[in-house]
Design a protein. Sequence first.
Lengths: 95, 95
Amino acid sequence: MSDPLGQVFGALADQSRRQVIGYLSERGTATATELTGELPMSRQAVAKHLATLAHAGLVESERQGRETRYRLTRAGEEWDDRLDALKKHLERRTR
Amino acid sequence: MSDPLGQVFGALADQSRRQVIGYLSERGTATATELTGELPMSRQAVAKHLATLAHAGLVESERQGRETRYRLTRAGEEWDDRLDALKKHLERRTR
DNA sequence: GTAACGTGCAACTCGTCGGTTGCACCATAG
DNA sequence: CTATGGTGCAACCGACGAGTTGCACGTTAC
């Protein structure tokens, strides 16, 4: 629909996807099947989340042989930082 | 669902709701019927958006006689600022 | 070559979302 | 008192999102 900001916020609205961003930030890179071990859902569900994140420009993929490795884009890294800051901001405010 | 961050991002994912935030930021306060004049939808649709924003903690309401006036909370004002900054950030990056 | 692995695609279910209409309720203007 | 204006509530609809399963395809290991 050509609403980039809406795409990004929509992608960030899902907790599983925010977790994926966190995992990718820690590991640098991961495949869909690797991430499946961290989340309580099927590989295809994880792949869909990765596709959503990619469509929002937060993640990019590169196929290496028979596996596809995902990593955060620059925008994804920025949002990972902002999420950390927001989390601390909320904790400070709730306390 | 007890996912405050998800509530906020979900609320911000909709363009109409971001516009509502902008209008409230300009005017300080408004009713659902007033905002209906600015958006191409019915009053009840606007009221639903306001309820979503209120549930996310970005907006608060106060009933005065037969009308209900809405205004941004502190969190809502903060997000209005962040949205402006993000918009400029995107324009700079797209150019 | 063959078996196993990782992936992508398609179809399906189910719940939620954005939006509508219709109606009932309460406050105020006259 | 009556009419009108502003709300809120409930039911409904079409579309989309999250998740599942099943299967077919390409890549690697042996």
